[in-house]
Unconditional design. Sequence first.
Length: 378
Amino acid sequence: MKNKKRNKNKNLIWLIIIIIILVILSLIFGINYAIKRKDENIIEREVNLIKKTNNSAFLNQELEKEYLDTITYNDLIDTFLDREKMYQDTSISLEYNNILLEGSEDITFSLVGENKLKMILETDYNYQNYHEDIISSKEYTVVVKDTIFPIINGLSDKTIYVGDNINLEEGIKAIDEKEGEVSFIVSGNIDNKKAGTYEVLVKATDQNGNVTEGTFKVTVKNKPNTNNNNNSNQSHNNNSSNNNSTQTKPSGELTTKEKEAEARVIAKEIAKSITGSTDLEKVTKAAERVSEYYQKGVHKESGVDYRTAYGVFIKGESSCAGTTRALGMVLEEMGYSWTHANENQWTHQWVILTMDGRVGYADGQVGIAGYGVHPIAE
């Protein structure tokens, strides 16, 4: 009996020991689980905070640049990112059209159209034994436009005598502000065996398809006759012809005032459609509308109407001088006074005016406006 009782007590003691061990193990497991869960919560909370902070630093922005313009790496970042909102110890990298950019180089916008820019923020996160590279990114669109048309220099009328040869390309150059000298094509049927006046077309095209056209005339004259009587008669006939040409207006051709009146009808329609809360907003919209007419037409550097509002609005042929005058006409209908920058010069031209009490500019060719000095003049 005593042995049975002794064995029973031993079993009870072992049972109690096992229970105590299980309790201790449960407490250890529970504590470890609680600690692990706490760490996981801390990690999850801090990772989410980093992602949220970095995502808030991205700006909702698009960028438009002129073909072959350049920008520094840091300026490009500041266009799309508010660095002050970034999480500390975060690195920045940029991909432009899937190519990683180097931070020490300027970026040149050499591809016309929509380009993709990817902004990447990477934070090296460590918590005890946990490590993670937290990456946030956003894609942007950079629109590159080529709104600068070539300029054709050396367009001047020429005179030859019957039987003489002529090089139609002599003295002509086509220059693009961005690309430098560009190719051009000269076309015209000159019959050097027959007296008369012939028109020659010159067409210059830059790499992005911007076309400028210009014309000049080639006059083929009969060779002088040594017979004085014949010369006298010929001179008399020529003078008579010249007098007739100055006195008779070609059938159907409008006068300068008639052309201006037709152009002003369009200008009034544009002016009536313009809305906005500030002068700058209104003038910008007017410049954009005039630029639409310019873009639909043909850029020219010679002719009768290319330098007028009539050429822009009615004939669909214009230059920076013509778009400036067309925009000026619209602004007049809107009640603004303006002056013509670089008028009658072989360079870019625009409107200077006062908006919201500040002197600024408006460009009918490019379709922009702003306070201060035109970017080209800076």
